[in-house]
Design a protein around this ligand. Structure first.
Ligand code: S3P
Length: 428
């Protein structure tokens, strides 16, 4: 249990750990590539380490020194049948993206996850992969883990995504790499595009047109070095912390600012935050820069439609910001929150309301009445890293201490969260 007290403010500059989505993809693409790839700035959180372990179990040599990985890729045809079931832990990204790979491999694999992941829907990836010819078996007709994949040739399909999900898009494209012919995915709206930005670095050609992306099967991946930028989803906790605490001035440096991921910057700006950013560099096609935030007076807003996919992982911390804004904030079109690591609509409402907020859950989001002073209480991450970090940031502004149960969940995406936070806190 962690107990945190109110702060005098946050000051200074910080680099947050590597982007989770790019770290997973780097490991997957480098393992499937021919040759040796070096990944620097890799996120050494539990989720990304699951992806590393999955490939080690299929014969890929991956050496890790801190946040640098050296991956001796095996090519699309060089992986070996694992002798053990593959464990995905809490990682939805590992489960969904690896389904696309495992469906295409010429051997049997069986996969499972922790309690939370075992509750999450897998039919969204299983359905298109079966349409491609995959042999997939699992609990509840393979709607849920554990799930097994048997060898079966895949053929390219055209697939309209029924949900806005970068994981599903990526799983189908990865299946497409192993398939005969062309695979096309059509999205309903833009979701994060790291698969599309990163695959070309490994020599894969994709064609993109509006919301449509196509890949030809059988392309050879060649080793590439990737320098992973900081994770905007991790930075978001400090951006909001600085905006809602008095006497704060924080810069997060070298963070990924891909336009499919910068929704939190847009949302805070829309709420009137004192926020600005500069793009300092490009890593491949990914823009990287510094984001600066000072103590702000926020105003409630309605968030709906296209911005939702761009801010989906940041909604818990955005909700906290909204509790401190003038007026009402409405979040709509965010039903996907119900199938994240927890039901995040419920978890946000339960935990922030326990601290004195006024939030009403709705079918596809929440209504937050702002301007509520928060007070101390005992809350829980409920095993969800982003809920745990949101609670830790909330505790910086509460009258009275907050105790957080299950704080270890934060290690899933941000093992150095508490020490990084401590660096920014103004000491009394
Ligand atoms: C991710 C996509 C998103 C996001 C998750 C990471 C990815 O999930 O919530 O944390 O790396 O592709 P969905 O695809 O389910 O929206």
């Amino acid at each position: 249990m962690n107990r945190i007290s109110r702060t005098e403010g946050l000051h200074g500059s910080l680099r947050v750990p590597g982007d989770k989505s790019i770290s997973h993809r780097s490991v997957i693409f480098a393992s499937l590539a021919e040759g040796v790839s070096k990944i620097s700035g890799f996120l050494d959180g539990e989720d990304c380490l699951r992806t590393v372990e999955v490939f080690r179990n299929m014969g890929v040599q991956i050496d890790r020194t801190g946040t640098t990985l050296t991956i001796h890729g095996k090519g699309l045809k060089g992986l070996k049948e694992p002798e053990v079931p593959l464990y995905f832990g809490n990682s939805g990204t590992t489960a969904r993206l690896m389904s696309g790979v495992l469906a295409g491999l010429p051997f049997f694999t069986t996969t499972y996850g922790d309690e939370s992941l075992s509750r999450r829907p897998m039919d969204r990836v299983v359905a298109p992969l079966r349409e491609m010819g995959a042999s997939i078996y699992g609990r509840e007709g393979a709607k849920k883990l554990p799930i097994s994949f048997d060898q079966s040739p895949l053929r390219g399909i055209t697939y309209e995504l029924p949900v806005k999900s970068a994981q599903v898009k990526s799983a189908v494209l990865l299946g497409g790499l192993f398939a005969e012919g062309k695979t096309t995915v059509i999205e309903q709206g833009r979701t994060r595009n790291h698969t599309e930005t990163l695959l070309p670095q490994f020599g894969v050609e994709l064609t993109e047109e509006d919301l449509k992306v196509s890949i030809d099967g059988g392309q050879v991946l060649t080793a590439a070095d990737v320098d992973v930028p900081g994770d905007i989803s991790s930075a978001a906790f400090f951006l909001v912390a600085a905006a809602i605490t008095r006497n704060s001035d924080v810069t997060i440096e070298h963070v990924g600012l891909n336009e499919t991921r910068n929704g939190i910057v847009q949302a805070l700006d829309q709420m009137g935050a004192d926020i600005s950013y500069t793009i300092t560099d490009y890593i491949g096609e990914e823009p990287v820069g510094d984001v600066k935030v000072r103590s702000s007076t926020l105003e409630g807003q309605t968030f709906e439609g296209d911005i939702i996919s761009n801010v989906i992982d940041e909604i818990p911390i955005l909700a906290l910001a909204a509790t401190q804004a003038k007026g009402r904030t409405i979040i709509k079109d965010a039903k996907e929150l119900k199938v994240k690591e927890t039901d995040r609509i419920q978890a946000v409402c339960d935990n922030l309301n326990a601290l004195g907020a006024s939030i009403t859950p709705t079918e596809d989001g929440m209504i937050i009445d702002g301007g509520t002073p928060l007070h101390g209480a005992e809350v829980s991450s409920a095993g969800d890293h982003r809920i745990g970090m949101m609670e830790a940031i909330a505790s910086l502004i509460t009258e009275g201490d907050v105790s957080i149960q299950q704080p270890e969940a934060i290690n899933i995406s941000y093992p150095s969260f508490f020490s990084d936070l401590d660096q920014l806190l103004v000491k009394k």
